[in-house]
Every structure is written in C-alpha cells, then in structure tokens.
Design a protein around this ligand. Sequence first.
Ligand code: UGA
Length: 434
Amino acid sequence: MKLVVVGTGYVGLVTGTCFAESGNEVTCVDIDAGKIERLKQGIIPIYEPGLTELVLRNSQAGRLKFTTDLVSVAPEAKCLFIAVGTPQGDDGSANLTALWKVVDQIAPHVARDAVVVIKSTVPVGTNRQTWERLKEKAGREIDVCSNPEFLKEGCAIDDFTRPDRVVVGVTRPPVANVLHELYQPFLRTENPFLVMGLESAEMTKYVANCMLATKISFINEMANLCEAVNANVNDVRRGIGHDQRIGFQFLFPGVGYGGSCFPKDVRALIAVASRFGLPSKMLHAVDEVNNLQKEVLFSKIHQRFGGDLAGKTIAIWGLSFKPRTDDIREAPALVLIDQLLAQGATIKVHDPVAHENVEAIYKDRLTYCKHHYDTLDNADALAIVTEWQQFRNPDFDYIKHKLKQPIIFDGRNLYDPKLMAERGFEYSGIGLKA
Ligand code: UGA
C-alpha cells in the first residue's frame, strides 16, 4: 500500500519505518529540509534502539523515501498519516498550528478513496474539526481516522510491531478497514484492533497517559509517606501488587515522570476539562505531586549538607528522563541541576547518550564525564537520577574509594538499603527506611 507520513519526529519516523518494514511503500515528509537530507543519508535525528538499522534497510530496499514536497506525494497515498508536533501552549492546551497547516495543504490533493489518519496527540474534537475542514477546503468528503499511538521511547519498534492494542476512531466503521489491513501483520488474538468513534479514540490516548501518570504520582506520594513512617515502599509495592486489581506495573517510585508525553498530556486534559466546565481536581493533583517529586533529591541533598552546598561537588548519574533515550524534555535531572547550581554546588554529570542535549542548555556550567565513575572524583555525594542498566551493579568498593564521603542519593531505588549499609554507604532511596 502507498502511504505518506507527514512529520518525521519520533512518532512519524517510527510509524513510517515500521510500515515500510511490513512491505508498504512509504514516503516520509517534513518541512525541515536539513532533517530530510540527513534522513536520506541514513542519519537519524533521534536516539532510538534499532531504528537506524530499520531506516537504512528499508531505504535501501526502496520502500522508504524522504521528501519535503508534500503536495507532489499526497495524491498517490492510500493513507496519509499526520504525525506533526502538537506542543503545549501557554495555557497548557495543545498548539495545533502545524496540524492545520498540513490539513490545508493536503486537502486539494487527497485521492478519492484515501484516508487521512491523525497520529498526533490532539485535543478531543480535533479529528472531527479536521474532517469538517477537509470537506470545506476540498469541496467533498474526505475520510478521517484517529489512530493514537502508544509507543514508549526506547522501546518504540517493539511497541509498534507488537502493540497491546490498536485504537482507531472513525466517522463510519468501513473507514477502519484500510487501517486493519495495514496493522494486520502486527496483530495477535490477545492484542485487539479496536474501532470506536473519533472522540472516544482521542480520549483513549489522554486517559491512558493520565492514568499512568496518576499511578506514578500516587506511588510517589505513598513512597514519601513510607519514608516518614519508617516503612519500605518496595515491600508495600509487593504487598499491593499481588492483588490483581492493582498489579505491579508503573508503580515504581522515583523522582517524578518526565518526557514529552505525560507532563504535556496531563496538562492538556486539564485544559480540556476546564473548557468543558468540569475542572479536574485529580489531574491538577497528579501534576502538582509530580512537580514536587522532581525536587525530592535536591531537598535530601540540601538537608544532608546542613543547607549549605556552596563549594560542594555532586556527581549525577543519568540525565535523560528515562533510560534508553537521549530525550531530556521535562527531565527530573534538569530540576536537580538548576537547584544545585542556584546553591553554588559544583556538578559532574554522566549520561550514556544525553550529554549533547544537556550541554546545549548548561554549556560549561557542568563537568561532563565520559565514564560514570569519573564523576566521583572529589565528589561529596552521588545522586542517581536515571536508571540506566549500567548503573545497576557497579563496583561499590571503587565508588567508596573515589567519593570523598560514601553518600548516595538514589532517585530510582536501584540498590538494597540493607546491603548498602553493610557496604558502608550512607544510602538514601525514595520511600525506603534507612
Ligand atoms: C509514555 C507512555 O508510556 C506511552 O504509552 C505513550 O505512547 C507515550 O508516553 C506518548 O504519549 O507518546 P514515554 O513518555 O516514552 O511513554 O515513557 P514511559 O516509559 O511511559 O515513562 C514516562 C515517565 O514515567 C518516565 O519519566 C519514567 O521514569 C516514569 N516512570 C515510569 C516512573 O517514575 N515510575 C514508573 O513506575 C514508570
């Protein structure tokens, strides 16, 4: 099938590449000529395990092409996926400028039997507005389909090719057939293809992310409480998780959720709820708890050093908002860095892939270390912010030898507090009794 994917960001590039891999002829379009040029040379703008190989393989096979010329390729496509960014506006709502630009541009060129599929996360009502706008601009009806994505950064290829479910919202059921055909290679009996109305599909995306964000803020608040009452949140998590109504997943306490999705989507749904006169107390609390949680490591460090961090050196392991990505958008590490810098601390950082992005913001105000052990020289304490695999089983004797004092603030609960005490560390996790 001939497909056009507009927007070569995270979602668009993964979608286009995976559909090419399953045998379709895909053209990915972007207005950024530099990006398109680099993609043609096989240079991928984001860090995502496995993606470079897939892009190269499918480009070489001629199934995956890149262009800036949307108008030329639009008439050929059976499905036109729109995956452009919908950044957060000042009031928390999504900014749809890029989407409307694409819609207006393609309207006169969409083939008679083609479907326009919206992959971008858009506020409830946007797919219907797109349908109406296309009709107005093209002077005829064009089918629109809402197909939200549920990819996780770092696991995007796996998530795309083995989805838990595929959700499609349509104005009339037959429109879903073409999407079913496309997703068929990735579907299994236990992973359904769910057809619903446009608004339900839009809500599904927000409700999924907001539910996950709620779980995290909930467990973070409980973890802080565990710490205060001398309980261990890991034990509590085990204690509740066996109840199948609760489960174990997404209940790992930490330094708050970050990334381009949860913070933005929670605020976007807050904005939608307010617009409909139903302000969400729940989601406001989820957002607020998360903002506070990002300050937890700093508070602990600040308190441990008697409120005086001037002249202290803090080592930080992990900068990206989670492992297996170089994405630092809304990353908790940035909040910690800002607070430490404001207190006059010296900071040495290591991240396996995110240095370039962090350096673009902080320049020479931080020391960037090639190896995570190099951050420890002359450091008064180590703070762990992202749970990269390589931090899970370090040489503790070496860490102790390098640090000025054996103090670790662990924002991801990587180690066992009892063992850490036996190893001679002053160790502080999230929601763990000392
Ligand atoms: C999230 C969703 O998981 C995807 O399903 C969705 O498609 C995507 O947003 C999106 O809307 O595009 P992602 O932002 O890549 O994916 O990251 P997650 O792996 O979900 O992690 C989000 C944040 O939650 C991270 O900061 C992570 O450290 C934190 N987290 C996650 C916790 O603090 N505790 C947990 O138990 C799980």
